[in-house]
Design a protein around this ligand. Sequence first.
Ligand code: PMT
Length: 222
Amino acid sequence: KDIQLLKGKKLLVTAGPTREKIDPVRFFTNHSSGKMGYAIAKKAAEAGAEVTLVSGPVSITPPFGVTTIKVETAEEMYGQVMKYFDGADVVIKSAAVADYRPAQTSDLKMKKKDGSLMLEFERTTDILRTLGEQKSHQILIGFAAETDHLEKYAEQKLKSKNADLIVGNNIMTEGAGFGSDTNVVSFFRKDGTVAELPMQSKEQVAEALISEIDQLIKGRIT
Ligand code: PMT
């Protein structure tokens, strides 16, 4: 596999969860480990691409030869992604971005009180949707992490976010989704075809995605 499929291409990859602050000791987040996005960044760099990785808080080491930018919140991720979007040829949104954040944050630790606690949440910016609205030359790839109706939701995301490809994973499937070293994904394409991949390491999924991107760049699939 010496062919540098992505030589000269600029890739922007997002990975990991976001962390939405409640107070100085508490936050709202999800189970993303960053493994999927980091594997994509690593394999894309090996394939000759110039890779910028915008990463939420994770405990894994940034891949060699990749410009890694660490962020915490969905809004910070949005800001960094927009900074690199114009210069990118391909954008891959593998991060698990919080859809909601606490409407109020407290600068001091919230003290516990008797009874239950109600927290209000507000929407974060939908980064993928914004990219889909603003894209010109870029190939835009989103992920869909679902517990049910993967095909229906992935196809909806493909259209509503104006993406060029959705990588769907059913996170209820053994060996798929958050935290594991493997994933089970399907590529949902704009021409309506779906490629179902077997369970394999996240690095192998990344390699399959890179050859899919190569085909998209060459216009062999739409
Ligand atoms: O990190 P790992 O532990 O390796 O796990 C990998 C993974 C399960 C996180 C990954 O494979 C994955 O599916 N990532 C997307 C998770 C997700 O947030 O999916 P979603 O269906 O909620 O979001 C759909 C798409 O919109 C995603 O591309 C997401 O990055 C994007 N999004 C979501 C919300 C938001 N405010 N802005 C966004 O851009």
